[in-house]
Design a protein around this ligand. Sequence first.
Ligand SMILES: [Zn+2]
Length: 305
Amino acid sequence: MEDIKEEINYWESAVECYILGSNPPQAVMDGYFRRIWGKIGVDKVAQTSKGVFIVRFHNIVDRNKVIEEGVQMFDKKPVIIRAWTPDMEFTKTQMEKIPVWVRLPGPEIKYWGKIALTKIARMIGKPLKADNATTHRERLTYARVLVEVELNNKYQNSVMFENEHGRIIEQEVVYEWKPVLCEKCDNYGHEMKECRKWIKEEKEKQKAHEVTNNEQGKGNIQNKGIDNGKQKVAEANLAKDTGLENKQNKQIEGKGYQAKYKTGKYIAKGATMQNTTLKLGNTFSSLMEQQTTGTRPKEPSSSIP
Ligand SMILES: [Zn+2]
């Protein structure tokens, strides 16, 4: 136990970062992490396995700032960020689970206490933590909770629970970020319309189309003129898509939550409502049990035999 305590203490201020669907070289990622988190203060970047990096900060307060920022984007790929724990390993099953920040907007601040909030969050995924502002009641417009969900989770718009008066409350759920799967290349992080592969193929298709038209259009000036006009509109649309993609990527990459939220892109799209009903009023004893087992020990060292 004593043998590893020093190492555990050392890495306690670190996060593990997993780049979804990509394995960039360490030198590139070192530069990237120092760029996005330079202001917070990166101490060390090291690769632990394929596409997985450990980033150490000078203290746990700085580390928590990074966790509160949530998912980052690297080259249109999501970078999943978790607090480092002593027995953490990015196994395949673990990679299929990701932490995402959700917002629970609304006036129901009486439910934003730890116990009720944990119960509500459990309907969305595995509750990991609430953010600072929620815990310290500094922002009453919405509660913000980090939950672990399956990568291919059904992302629901709302959850239902029964309040202390037996009334069913529908609570809106807003995901700050959620994985988008590209139907074209099967990678996470962008939709098909933003896919490089798709854009390239579309451009090639158009080119081929243009050639055919030019050949057919010889001697038929009127037709050629119309087709070229269509072509120009299509090209303009493609350029617009590409521009949009770059702009969004720029906004998301390396910036805090605000920028991501503004794009509105990842929020509540394709989400389905789940009719889960939860009673808040009468199961507090069982909740307390769940609460205890669900909470990480304050001293990670104590969980090691
Ligand atoms: Zn794609």
